[in-house]
Design a protein around this ligand. Structure first.
Ligand SMILES: Cc1ncc(COP(=O)(O)O)c(C=O)c1O
Length: 483
């Protein structure tokens, strides 16, 4: 009897102190052990997993998840490395208290700040939300009394409507590009412009070059079209012309996709000299250029677009998403005249046409000068957030443009980007690590991108930056040294 009671008592104790924590991994990507650690960090952050909780032995968790014990053991080791867990010999693995990760409780206070309103999202490179609303409501009102609405309700199978194209031309001019009307067409935003450019240019087996750190959907699109991708090295000032030339010489690319202005993630704007060099090399080796200028409207002092230097071989992609409203889904694309039929076909095949009603709204905003004004406001707000970032991050050597939406923070060799991102996430701040922008399976750098524009409240952005500042100076380095 006694034996049974003792067992029951033990059993109750066991149930009391050991949480049956089984992570939900459904939507997570990447190696399994990191999925487990990320889920753990998230659950600690939202309070689902509390300090002092003892986790299941790794073999048991492995059994519950249907994976190998090696994987769960690696996950627990990584959790210890990230200061989420402490392992006690012969006793088990426990969730670590934030206080023990930061003597003095400073981390604990920071951790708690803002937790009630969800994570501060500094991971998305989007415009300041809600700005266009009042202007678009005015346009809606004026559309109500418009005559000739039926023209907007038909299929536009050949060209866009003339007045929409005229607006496109004006928009492109405001981005520094002089284009003939016959070389302009509308798209459903920059991403669609990119898809159509690739459809018009690439055949299976062709090689598309990108910058070493790039907008990754371009690689997925090329892949879907059966093309290969390769990357061109960059330095502090952006893509290296000599690396582009070397790639042209050795691997005969069909096209080179790049973002010369306010590049994401590096924030760099390519100098006029480098633009000229890229245009000359493209000419010499007969390579097309795909110039993504979706951020261009935010920066009025950037050098002339590549499309002005190599008009016969450049696809120039612009969009109203980053400066007016992404939900409009309107962009304009300019390309060499001879390639326009292929581009129109790509638009037809992918979406038939850019929705004329959306185009009408964009056209009105452009013709009234509102679109330009909205870009200006976005750019001014970005400048204000950049000043805020400087005041919080002080001397931390990050890269930024005074009118850009984001920062690029190289972490040096001592701090690993995945660990740093995970620590940020644990403290309730979402950022993106370099791996998410690393083209062609290149070696990821240790750096993170911090976006300042998506969160509406400045106070939350400040809070997020303060946490990043803390981690950069204290926790990041200390935990790495603990390894
Ligand atoms: C570099 C770059 N190009 C294109 C796009 C897509 O823009 P859009 O919303 O106009 O499709 C994005 C969106 O984030 C981007 O960052």
């Amino acid at each position: 009897m006694l034996k049974i009671a003792a067992r029951l008592h033990q059993c109750n104790n066991y149930i009391d102190i050991m949480a049956i924590w089984i992570p939900t991994l459904d939507d997570r990507k990447g190696p399994k052990y990191l999925q487990i650690v990320d889920a753990m960090a998230e659950d600690i952050r939202i309070g689902k997993l509390t300090a002092g909780t003892r986790l299941l032995p790794h073999r048991e968790l492995a059994y519950q998840l249907g994976i190998s014990a090696n994987t769960t053991s690696r996950a627990y080791a990584e959790g210890v490395k990230r200061a989420l867990l402490r392992a006690e010999v012969g006793r088990g693995t426990y969730v670590r208290s934030p206080d023990t990760a930061a003597p003095g409780g400073e981390l604990n206070t920071l951790l708690r700040s803002g937790a009630e309103s969800g994570p501060v999202d500094l991971s998305r490179n989007l415009p300041f939300p809600g700005f266009a609303e009042v202007y678009i409501q005015d346009v809606f009102a004026s559309l109500g009394s418009m005559t000739g609405v039926s023209a907007l309700l038909d299929y536009q199978t050949k060209d866009d409507l003339a007045r929409h194209l005229e607006a496109g031309k004006i928009w492109l001019e405001s981005c520094g590009l002089q284009a003939e009307t016959g070389s302009v067409l509308s798209t459903m935003g920059g991403q669609h412009g990119l898809l159509c450019s690739l459809m018009a240019l690439l055949r299976p087996g062709d090689l598309l070059l990108t910058e070493a750190l790039t907008y990754m959907p371009v690689c997925a699109l090329a892949d879907a079209l059966g093309a290969k991708t390769g990357s061109v090295e960059m330095d502090e000032e952006g893509v290296l012309p000599e690396a582009f030339e070397e790639a042209c010489r050795t691997s005969k690319p069909k096209a080179f996709y790049l973002t010369p202005t306010l590049q994401s993630p590096t924030t760099v704007t390519l100098s006029d000299m480098r633009r000229q060099a890229i245009a000359d090399i493209a000419e010499k080796y007969n390579v097309f250029l795909i110039e993504d200028d979706v951020f261009g409207p935010l920066k009025t002092d950037s050098p002339a677009p590549l499309a002005m230097k190599a008009p016969d071989r450049t696809f120039y992609i612009s969009s109203l998403s980053k400066s007016v409203a992404p939900g409009l889904r309107v962009g304009f694309l300019s390309a060499p005249h001879r390639l326009m039929p292929a581009l129109r076909q790509a638009v037809n095949l992918s979406v038939w046409m850019t929705p004329p009603l959306n185009l009408e709204i964009a056209t009105r905003l452009i013709l009234e000068g509102t679109a330009r004004e909205l870009s200006h406001q976005q750019s001014m707000l970005a400048a204000r957030r950049q000043r805020l970032a400087r005041s919080v991050l002080g001397e931390i050597p990050y890269k930024a443009d005074p009118h850009g939406f984001h920062l690029w923070l190289p972490l040096g060799d001592e701090i690993k980007a995945d660990v740093f991102r995970s620590q940020c996430s644990q403290m309730g701040v979402l950022v993106s690590e370099a791996r998410h922008f690393t083209a062609h399976h290149g070696k990821a750098r240790e750096a993170i991108r911090i976006c300042l524009s998506h969160e509406i409240e400045e106070a939350r952005v400040r809070q997020g930056l303060e946490k990043i500042n803390y981690l950069f100076h204290e926790t990041g380095k200390r935990i790495i040294l603990d390894l």
